[in-house]
Structure formats: C-alpha cells, structure tokens
Design a protein around this ligand. Structure first.
Ligand SMILES: Cc1cc2nc3c(=O)[nH]c(=O)nc-3n(C[C@H](O)[C@H](O)[C@H](O)COP(=O)(O)OP(=O)(O)OC[C@H]3O[C@@H](n4cnc5c(N)ncnc54)[C@H](O)[C@@H]3O)c2cc1C
Length: 249
C-alpha cells in the first residue's frame, strides 16, 4: 500500500475537573484543555473572580502575547500518526522538550508487508512515481530474502523471537526512508506550538510540512483557542504552509 497523506487520530485530550472550592468566573466557550490552562494561569494571581471580565479566548490570547507559555504546558494531547515515513519521524523526534514518543519497532515487526509513503514532490508525476515504486518493491524483496537467509544463518539461536529480531534488525538496513511507520506522540500545547511553527514553515521538508499543516487544521477544531493565531496559507511553491502570530511562546 502506498500512503499519499498521513492518517491522524486523537488518542487523548485533557479532562478538566474544576475544584468546588476555587470556582472560576468563566466567560465564553472553551475546551477542557483551554480551561485547564486558564485555571492554572489564574491560580498564580488568585484571579478566579475574573476582575478584567476576560473570556477564555481573550485570557489565553494575552498569555500567548506575553509569552507566558508555561501555562500552556498543562494541556497535553496524544495523537497516533500513521502513513508517515521513517524520514519524517527521524525529523519529528528531534523535538524533545515536552514530547513523548512510542514508535513501531523495525527490529520486532515484520516489514515484509510494510507500506510506503510517496514523497509529496513525486506525487502526481507518473514517471517519477513509477521509478520510485520500482525501487521500493526491489528493496522489500531484498529485505524478505535477507530475513530468510539470516534466519537460516542463525538457526543455532534457540530463542526464535531473538533469532527473528537478529534477522530483522540486520535486514532493515535495506529498507528505504519512505517506509511507512506509526508513532504515538504526546506533547503539551507549548511544545506542539513550537514544533508546528518550525515544521509548517516554508523552509521545512515537504512531508513533515504537510503533516504540520494537517495537525494545525486538526488542532484548530480540537482546541481552537490554543491555535487561533496559526494561519494556513498557500505559499509561493503552491503548497500549504502555516505561520503563527506569536513566536515560540
Ligand atoms: C527547517 C529545518 C531544518 C533542519 N535541518 C536540520 C539539519 O540539517 N540537521 C540537523 O541536525 N537538524 C536539523 N533540524 C532540526 C533542528 O536543529 C532541531 O533539532 C529541531 O528543530 C528541534 O528544535 P529544538 O531543539 O528547538 O526543539 P526541542 O528539543 O523540543 O527544544 C525546544 C526548546 O527548548 C530549549 N531546549 C531544549 N533542549 C535544550 C538544551 N539541551 N539546552 C538548552 N535549551 C534547550 C530550546 O529553547 C529549544 O528551542 C532542522 C529543523 C528545521 C525546522
């Protein structure tokens, strides 16, 4: 199977429980994650009575403007990303602060049935895609042959699981960067915002940029106030990019 775009699933989002003894005068609609951040921010000055009569949207806008991003660290979102390449996740996991990752292991999982992600620049151009596909299929055939031979070479290893791992971890060396992978990513909103700002920019690699733009669209529905300042636009290269009003809050 060839992936032409990523598949995103939200696995977890904040569930805010307001303590009875410290009620906030909420104004306006907001998601649990956004209320959690406002609650945490208001605790600092014990301003639960909301003397400035700010809606959650206005309150969090000011937090972003003042770059008081630590308040945003309370809200965590967990996503399952599929249909992304190993080269994409290699770039993604460079974002360390506030992120947690769990990724499919090529040492344990049989990649003889692996899928591949068509690089965006190749999509829609038959000749390029044909050449690229031939290379993917050849690599997969070699992988299968290597696993088989390595299993035979290490037949003396009694533990079959260990033997398979030895074979797969060596054979994966021939798998291309475009091999599809799956990764569970948890991050707080401050960390998501910083990563999305960098990776949705015009200078980012096209596949991770496409993912970042898709994530921004998802987060604009999931937690619209947190991501209200992100704007998706069509860049000069005729592909979507995004920018935010507040740099690295
Ligand atoms: C367009 C683009 C091109 C890139 N090209 C390359 C490349 O060619 N080669 C390459 O190796 N990488 C490349 N990168 C990756 C880049 O160098 C960073 O590793 C990546 O963007 C993660 O950024 P970060 O370290 O700020 O993120 P995080 O690790 O999430 O850190 C977030 C912030 O926390 C603070 N922080 C985190 N760790 C520390 C620390 N140890 N000490 C002090 N402060 C810390 C910093 O303020 C940092 O900006 C590229 C990134 C982009 C967006």
């Amino acid at each position: 199977m060839y992936f032409r775009e990523p598949r995103l699933s939200v696995l977890a989002r904040p569930a805010f429980t307001e303590p009875d003894h410290l009620p906030v005068q909420w104004i306006g609609d907001a998601t649990d994650g956004e209320r959690l951040a406002e609650f945490a921010g208001r605790l600092c000055y014990m301003s639960q009575k909301n003397p400035a009569n700010r809606s959650t949207s206005e309150y969090l806008e000011n937090i972003k403007k003042q770059a008081h991003g630590s308040v945003l660290e309370h809200a965590n979102y967990t996503l399952l990303l599929e249909g992304v390449s190993r080269s994409l996740t290699h770039e993604l996991v460079r974002h360390r602060a506030g992120f947690a990752y769990s990724q499919l292991s090529q040492r344990y999982v049989d990649e003889s049935v692996a899928d591949f992600v068509v690089p965006p620049a190749i999509l829609g151009e038959d000749a390029l895609e044909g050449q690229w596909r031939a290379q993917m299929e050849e690599a997969q055939r070699t992988y299968v042959a290597l696993v088989e031979q390595l299993m035979a070479r290490y037949a003396w290893v009694e533990d079959r699981v260990h033997r398979r791992k030895m074979a797969r971890e060596a054979a994966r060396g021939v798998l291309p960067n475009s091999t599809e992978t799956k990764i569970v990513v948890t991050a707080n909103v401050r960390a998501w915002r910083t990563m999305l700002e960098l990776r949705a920019g015009e200078g980012a690699e096209l596949e991770i940029r496409r993912l970042a733009v898709a994530l921004i669209r998802l987060f604009k529905v999931e937690a619209p106030i947190f991501f209200s300042d992100f704007e998706v636009y069509e860049a000069a290269d005729r592909r979507d990019a995004a920018r935010s009003s507040y740099h690295k809050v």
